[in-house]
Write a protein that binds this ligand. Structure first.
Ligand code: PLP
Length: 411
């Protein structure tokens, strides 16, 4: 579903096209947990799948989550979306409802810490997991086995900013009939659409870039329409009906929301939908600020290393520059004096010392001491997390203010 309109034009008018709103310019919040019917046959039809577009119990969706899902589908140019209570809810639904014991999963080893934790859980349930350096398709080729069902990568990895070998991995997965899933949380569809590299599913923590305001948790899986579900062996019989293009999403919605229960609340769906309307504006602003700050840090004598995909010194710069319309707000760096990492963070006045990313305010955190602490030193080394790594999530502040603050904290 590729609209001829500009990204923001399309998104700010999506609510009107969604309908069912008495001419309201914005979608309302529908908080009912139950949905009733005049005729019992219609209630039965909702359960049996013959009545479409109706609701029965809010754990399986509401008009408010559906309005947000329609927006996300437009943003990614896909064929449908299922939303979840958090990004982790979406990741759990992805692995637990689409994989089975005996399957093989290839994952990038550069992933968000909590995603790494789910990979361990999945591996304990009889699904084999191989973690590879996904910045090179060769490592993925080497890992693929006859029972490989899915390849999972983060387009830009949190927090090391490694860029997966997206186009080549996409081509490999198409050739082998493997489901390619891209976590697009950091970039968002304003900067990159994984459909362009043949991803079948796109995953988001809506909490971050898409909401952008730090007032709501949410997650989503968007189907790009590019994967042939009719050949996927793990779709249960009740969901192998009608348009095969919807089988994957149907299973994610039916089993994912029912079995795991991580439903997005109407209030949070609404808050995320409001944030999503300014996505492209924020993405442009924060990409410009983050690049300027990355350049400033890279030229500073006290800084040892800066990770930002749009810096020409980044190992995957060529790919990032070719595929992404901006580098987004995530950057990480190391000081030459790694022992000063905590002192440096304490000297910062503007970025808030907090976990989380993609807020209106800049946020800063030492990752080895926090998010990756439980993982231990060996796993951190494998994932490219240095002990003194500082993660900065660049907010909407004027870049001059952020730059001056970094400068004084580096003195
Ligand atoms: C935060 C994050 C998640 C998890 O999302 P939550 O909404 O916090 O559960 C998944 N992937 C990436 C890349 C993230 O940064």
């Amino acid at each position: 579903m590729n609209s001829p309109l500009g990204f923001t034009t399309d998104i700010v008018h999506a609510d009107r096209r969604f309908g069912g709103n008495h001419g309201g310019v914005h979608q309302p919040v529908q908080t009912s947990t139950q949905f009733g019917f005049d005729k019992v046959e219609d209630l039965i039809g909702v359960f049996q799948g013959s009545v479409k577009g109706a609701y029965n119990y809010a754990r399986q969706g509401t008009p408010t989550t559906a309005a947000l899902e329609a927006k996300l589908t437009r943003m990614e140019g896909g064929v449908g979306t299922v939303t979840f209570a958090t990004g982790m809810g979406a990741i759990a639904a992805l692995f637990f409802t689409l994989l089975k014991a005996g399957d093989h999963l290839v994952s990038s080893r550069f992933v968000f810490g909590n995603t790494s934790s789910v990979l361990d859980t999945v591996a304990g349930l009889g699904i084999s997991v191989t973690r590879v350096d996904a910045t090179s398709v060769d490592c993925v080729v080497e890992a693929v086995r006859p029972n490989t069902r899915m390849v999972f990568v983060e387009a830009v990895a949190n927090p090391g900013t490694q860029v997966a070998d997206l186009a080549a991995i996409g081509a490999l997965c198409v050739q082998r009939g493997i489901l390619f899933v891209v976590d697009n949380t950091i970039l968002s569809p304003a900067l990159f659409r994984p459909a362009a590299v043949s991803a079948g599913l796109v995953l988001h923590s809506l909490t971050k870039t898409i909401a952008g305001h730090g007032h709501a948790l949410g997650g989503a899986i968007v189907d790009t329409g590019l994967f042939d579900w009719s050949g996927y062996p793990n779709i249960a019989a009740p969901y192998r009906k009608g348009d095969a293009g919807q089988w994957g999403l149907t299973q994610l919605r039916k089993k994912g929301l029912r079995d795991l229960g991580a439903m997005l609340s109407a209030q949070h769906a609404h808050a995320i939908a409001i944030g999503a309307e300014t996505l492209a504006l924020r993405a442009r602003h924060t990409s410009q600020s983050a690049l300027a700050l990355a350049e400033f840090l890279a030229s500073h004598p006290a800084v040892a290393q800066v990770n930002y995909p749009m810096l020409p010194t980044h190992p995957q710069y060529a790919q990032a520059a070719r595929l992404f319309a901006g580098g987004s707000w995530l950057l990480s760096f190391e000081l030459k004096n790694a022992n000063d990492c905590l002192g440096f963070i304490n000297r910062l006045r503007l970025p808030v010392k907090a976990t989380g990313i993609g807020d209106t305010r800049s946020l800063v955190i030492p990752v080895a001491h926090t998010i990756f602490w439980e993982a231990g030193a060996k796993v951190r080394a494998d994932m490219g997390i240095a002990d003194g790594m500082v993660r900065l999530s660049v907010g909407l502040e004027e870049v001059e203010d952020l730059c001056a603050d970094l400068d004084q904290a580096l003195q």
